[in-house]
Write a protein that binds this ligand. Structure first.
Ligand SMILES: NC(=O)c1ccc[n+]([C@@H]2O[C@H](COP(=O)([O-])OP(=O)(O)OC[C@H]3O[C@@H](n4cnc5c(N)ncnc54)[C@H](O)[C@@H]3O)[C@@H](O)[C@H]2O)c1
Length: 257
């Protein structure tokens, strides 16, 4: 599916990988609905692109909030062709049983709720709108869903139980969602980023960053958000990519710690 003239819902679109995805889609002639809880950054980004972007204050984990965001997107642009799920939180880093006792259950629930349930929540609502689209191109595509997992979903490190479980869940739903939606011409892929230079990662302690960069093969630097966005664009544009998890990680295999 070409990006020009298509409408993308981008969750977490106010920052980092989501923001880069919004910019990529708009640069290619698409339109974007930014779903985020960060009203200030999200509306400032949308204001840069009048007529091409809107901001919706959406909590991805909340059903009514996501429904309102989808309704606002339909009202603004009349269709949804692409859904890119980038909203996510790292959660508290702690071991299953650490110095302060067992990992807090409320924190585990929160991370699963935003990263996994939030991804499914918005994907299913966006897909329901995609089914209304007239099939596009030789393949008769109606839409594309791209979900953001993480290397942690494959090789979770110590202290990452909640985050790793949420991101493994995102990988786990990719194939069944593909199978559910293929009869309608909607494709589903997931991306597992390694280390990317975004505000989420900038908040990590310096020593942790140095340790993380030392585990990279090549290039020995954090990925640029634009490199992630270009992969999202490639997935959207290549109709034969479906049901796939793609790593974008400089060849990294995460060590236990
Ligand atoms: N940066 C990395 O190195 C990296 C690596 C692997 C995976 N990821 C994943 O990529 C995604 C984007 O990460 P990022 O680095 O751009 O982070 P980021 O913090 O820069 O952006 C995340 C955005 O999600 C929004 N958000 C958080 N909770 C939300 C909610 N409940 N509803 C709506 N929006 C919400 C935040 O307001 C923020 O704008 C996340 O899912 C993250 O887990 C990032």
């Amino acid at each position: 599916m070409q990006i020009k003239d298509t409408v993308a819902v981008v969750t977490g679109g106010a920052s980092g990988l989501g923001e880069a995805t919004v910019r990529h889609f708009i640069a290619k002639g698409g339109k974007a609905a930014i779903f985020d809880r960060d009203e200030k950054k999200g509306s400032a980004l949308a204001a840069e692109f009048p007529g091409q972007a809107i901001f919706a204050n959406v909590d991805v984990a909340d059903e009514a909030s996501a429904q309102a965001g989808i309704a606002a997107t339909m009202a603004a642009f009349g269709a949804i062709h692409v859904c890119v799920n980038c909203a996510g939180i790292p959660g508290q880093s702690a071991r299953t049983v650490g110095k302060k006792g067992p990992y807090p259950l409320a924190e585990f629930t929160k991370v699963i709720s935003i990263n996994l349930i939030g991804t499914f929540n918005v994907a299913r609502l966006a897909a329901a709108e995609m089914l209304k689209n007239t099939p596009i191109g030789d393949s008769g595509e109606r839409g594309v869903v791209v979900n953001t997992s993480s290397l942690a979903g494959l090789e979770g490190q110590m202290g990452q139980v909640a985050y790793a479980a949420s991101k493994a869940g995102v990988i786990g739903l990719t194939l069944p969602m593909t199978r559910d939606l293929s009869q309608f011409g909607v494709r589903v892929c997931a991306i597992a980023p390694g280390l990317f230079a975004t505000p989420l990662v900038a908040a990590a302690p310096k020593e942790m960053m140095e340790q993380l960069v030392s585990t990279l093969e090549f290039p020995k630097r954090a990925g640029a958000p634009a490199e992630f966005a270009s992969l999202v664009g490639f997935i959207v544009e290549n109709a034969y990519l479906n049901g796939e998890l793609i790593r974008i990680d400089a060849g990294t295999r995460a060590p236990p710690r």
